[in-house]
Design a protein around this ligand. Structure first.
Ligand code: ADP
Ligand code: ZN
Ligand code: ZN
Length: 716
């Protein structure tokens, strides 16, 4: 007879707590919420197990209220929570806090009235609406969307009375959403490579396996996902598709919607209440296909049968504060807990993933070419040593741009720095515009107004007319960024439309979407932008991709920077020349014989990976070793350093190597000094044992914030 529940309470605590089950008030279930007395107040927590006795029996408090009669977190998620607490060295209470939607923690009731979805009745001619504009509007909305659910109609603020009127007139019909999906076949046949990939993913749907789908951009990975998903749905199971950023790639969810009809989307743009509603309906099994960003990995599923991680290399899968988890890695862990397959897709798989392929932990499917006649662009390096650059562009590159524009094609210029110029400096005394709160140069912006901005703390400063140090009037800008290139390109190619795409110019995804749509029918134009251009859009009329500043990435002190820049270049290149026009890629470099750059040019991403793997092995860096970063920050540099030094003293062991403490690459941000240390080991176990000895250390009150980052996305 179970009389005790163990409860994970969403507070910074490292353990779960025992409580007595109340006599009345329903039975608590594992994964359901309970309200419990905690410290001097109450908390809403999640039941993690039921027990028959407790070692604290006599002193136990009793559960205040049982909030859920059925589970809210599925059993695999409860297990995943403990797994993460252990792996990321993070309090179990706060893991639960991260997993649950805000509304769940506030105690909101689950509302699971089955949803309906509505569509227009079959008709030959559209009906005529006399004096019923709102009915006409809704009818047209349904007609163009094919189907809309109760919650979608609520989001669109459609009034119930208008809907009822259409139902009464038998112009609209409904059915329950539950367990419904359609399937619309593709208009083409799968290639042999695609078929092979689908077969190997679906070969064993009832056991764990990770399938890496390594397919060049435009090779049709999406169709492989769709075919695999379809087979899982046919077995009555659910599917989770993780994507990096919904706002930048709305066409992914569009594609799935157009092929399967009903698809639930989980991302941070929704309100808390909407998120909670979708979340619960996933848990009840009502939604069969779920597309979501990072945190969707914590959605409860009734019967999950497949997880797909699209663009698995993308850094947005890693959360860089609080619980520093990788949603990609958690997808693999969760698939393992559930004994289901997991697909990791990318045109530029991460070195970690490829390492697991080499170790035979993951299996590999390659899509090596694009369907039809489309060819991959050719890579070239442009030696700019000794050239005079015009706003960062060499004369040869400008001539290339002209050549492509003359052929009525589109040109894409990639420069991964937003703003006007890298900074402002004085040629007479060497003064540079610096942020007074951070150890970084300020970026000059000219649009919408002239000002200096700190890209780390977002503080803004007036532009100095003369040098604040020596009063020289020759202060000038240095290092071109997007706005500067837009301006100078504009003065060279006066007749050609120029579009700038960076987070300053393109705040809304709609704007970006409209631009990309327009570009499909347009010829002759120039796109200048940051890595926002790398995200999954097809730009068939682009035939030239110019990369302005790749050197920064290849020469950076962060061991992951070369991988990131190679991925960026290959991804951007992949946007180009998808139709009958073959594209070319020109990379400007002051270091044209850099071995990594050369490997990329000669042998593409695979060639780069081979060289970079050697570099990483020689430097004893991941993926062949395991790395955690310890960070401390606070207002006093010495205290941070000493704190880290003491921590490291406690974890030293023969199986781990420690580098640090050293100042972080950006030593001070928003007035806080930052120190870090890298802890590296050949053995996962040794690394985690070492971290476990210090994980619970609390720093001197108020002066320090510190964290453990397991598998960090970089060392900056
Ligand atoms: P990826 O995600 O690998 O970059 P997509 O899945 O976006 O590529 O596919 C690129 C284009 O190729 C899409 O328009 C898709 O409809 C089309 N496509 C995919 N597979 C085939 C095929 N077997 N035959 C013809 N076209 C295909
Ligand atoms: Zn000066
Ligand atoms: Zn700053």
């Amino acid at each position: 007879m179970n009389q005790i529940v163990q409860v994970a309470v969403p507070r910074p605590v490292w353990q779960v707590y025992d409580y007595q089950i109340p006599k009345s008030d329903g039975k608590p279930v594992v994964g359901g919420r309970v309200r419990v007395p905690f410290g001097h107040s109450v908390a809403i927590g999640v039941v993690t197990s039921l027990q028959s006795k407790s070692e604290f029996a006599s002193k136990l408090k009793t559960v205040d209220r049982v909030l859920d009669q059925r589970e809210l977190l599925s059993p695999d998620l409860v297990r995943l929570a403990f797994w993460m607490a252990n792996y990321y060295h993070y309090p179990i209470g706060l893991v639960i806090d991260t997993m649950l939607p805000t509304e769940a923690l506030r105690g909101r009731k689950t509302n699971l009235v089955p949803q309906k979805r509505y569509s227009t009745e079959p008709h030959e001619e559209p009906p005529v609406f006399k004096n019923a504009n709102r009915q006409a509007e809704l009818w047209n909305l349904l007609e163009s969307n094919k189907t809309l659910t109760d919650s979608e109609l609520r989001e669109l603020r459609v009034e119930k009375t208008v809907l009822s009127a259409l139902l009464r007139k038998k112009l609209v019909r409904w059915e329950y959403v539950e367990k419904n999906y359609e399937y619309k076949p593709a208009e083409f046949n799968l290639s042999d490579e695609q078929r092979h990939a689908v077969d190997s993913i679906t070969g064993r749907l009832d056991s764990f396996g990770v399938h890496v789908l390594d397919g060049v951009t435009g090779s049709g990975k999406t169709e492989v996902y769709i075919q695999a998903i379809r087979q899982v749905l046919e077995q009555g199971k659910q599917v989770l598709v993780l994507v990096p950023e919904i706002s930048l790639t709305p066409q992914t969810s569009e594609t799935f919607r157009s092929r399967f009809g009903n698809v639930a989307v989980l991302h941070s743009m929704k309100t808390n209440v909407q998120r909670f509603d979708v979340w619960c309906r996933i848990g009840s099994g009502e939604h069969r296909i779920v597309i979501g960003t990072r945190s969707a990995i914590f959605a409860p599923f009734k019967d999950l049968g497949l997880i797909v991680v699209d663009e698995e290399h993308d850094t947005s899968y890693k959360q860089d504060d609080s619980l520093r988890y990788s949603a990609r890695d958690m997808a693999v862990v969760r698939a393992n807990l559930l004994q289901i397959p997991c697909v990791l897709g990318s045109a530029t798989p991460s070195l970690e993933t490829l390492h697991n392929v080499d170790r035979k932990q993951y299996s590999l499917c390659k899509l090596s070419h694009r369907p039809g006649t489309a060819e991959m662009p050719r890579f070239n390096v442009l030696d700019i040593r000794g050239h005079t650059l015009e706003a960062g562009l060499s004369p040869i590159l400008i001539a290339k741009i002209k050549e492509h524009l003359d052929a009525h094609a589109q040109v894409l210029i990639l420069i991964n720095r937003r703003g006007y110029a890298r900074t402002l400096f004085c040629p007479d005394c060497g003064w540079k515009a610096r942020c007074s709160d951070c150890e970084v140069n300020l970026t000059l912006h000219e649009f919408p107004r002239s000002e200096l901005r700190c890209h780390h703390c977002e503080r803004r400063y007036r532009v100095e007319e003369s040098c604040p140090n020596c009063d020289s009037a020759r202060v000038r800008s240095f290092g071109a960024a997007t706005q500067r290139i837009e301006e100078s390109i504009g003065s060279i190619f006066k007749e050609v439309p120029i579009y700038r795409v960076d987070s300053d110019s393109t705040r809304t995804s709609n704007k970006l979407e409209r631009l990309f749509k327009a570009l499909r029918t347009q010829t002759r134009c120039i796109l200048v932008g940051t890595q926002m251009l790398a995200k999954g859009h097809h730009l068939p009329n682009v035939t030239l991709v110019a990369v302005v500043d790749a050197d920064a990435g290849f020469l950076s002190s962060d061991f992951r920077a070369p991988e990131r820049v190679a991925q960026l270049i290959v991804q951007v290149a992949g946007r180009a020349g998808r139709a009958e026009r073959t594209g070319e890629v020109w990379i400007q470099s002051f270091d044209p014989f850099n071995p990594l750059l050369q490997a990329l040019i000669r042998n593409g991403y695979d060639g780069f990976v081979e060289s970079e793997q050697v570099e990483r092995r020689m430097a004893s860096m991941p993926p062949s070793t395991h790395l955690a970063l310890l960070r401390a920050e606070g207002s006093n540099a010495e205290i941070q350093e000493k704190f880290l030094r003491d921590l490291l003293g406690e974890i030293s062991s023969p199986h781990i190597e420690i580098f640090g403490p050293v100042p972080a690459p950006i030593e001070r941000v928003a007035k806080r000094w930052r120190y870090q240390a890298a802890v590296i080991s050949n053995s996962r176990t040794a690394l985690h044992t070492a971290l476990r000895t210090v994980e619970k250390t609390s720093p001197p009150q108020g002066q320090i914030r510190w964290s453990i980052d397991v598998d960090p996305s970089g060392i900056s």
